[in-house]
Design a binder for this molecule. Sequence first.
Ligand code: SF4
Length: 236
Amino acid sequence: MPRISLAAPPAAGQVPSPRPMSRAHARRFIEALATANPNAETELTYTDPFTLLVSVVLSAQATDASVNKATVGLFAEAPDPQAMAGLGEEGIARHIRSIGLWRAKARNVAALSARLVAEHGGQVPSDRDSLEALPGVGRKTANVVMNVAFGESTMAVDTHIFRIGNRTGLAPGGTPRAVEDQLVARIPADMLRPAHHWLILHGRYVCKARRPECWRCAAAAWCRYPDKQGEPAGKA
Ligand code: SF4
């Protein structure tokens, strides 16, 4: 499934955002996704905070499957920041040339690994400021690492979550940060951490960009999208 970088606001001509969902309906919406997919988790392959961080950095504008394929060899050769820094930009690039933006990603992974060794004792820090100070790490990547590796209730807004937030009325906003703030405000605190995974997987496989598959959506009763799609003819 394609995994794309943070999306721009909906293009002209798209169905406009519906009215915002109430908090009560937001809870029901998330509960429906949870019931449909209770064991949702990241599809990236990782073994510890460092391999997760590198995988997330590599995943911008690349599929999780393509990242997982590349990191088999990369992590076998360099499983920790010391080894990764030693491998260097060229050595990292050898493993990731099949992934989009590989030059910049190789440079960032080499630099962030060296920074982890020099400033963090070879460990991935768990706080936002330190994570976002690392080369190639922005708010979205920091949110994923804090959520998945350190159990924080953060919400990383990728293209799928940005689309769902606006399309359904769950969290309307013109920027990823605005959607993130709406989600944090509306989703009950006890559901926020797993909601990140429920929403991403829902966007990848059901509430798709071109044509949402509303006819098989577990959360349709709570969704405010005014142009819900019926099942295509011949699929019954
Ligand atoms: S009903 Fe359709 S638009 Fe609404 S969340 Fe489900 S798939 Fe997405």
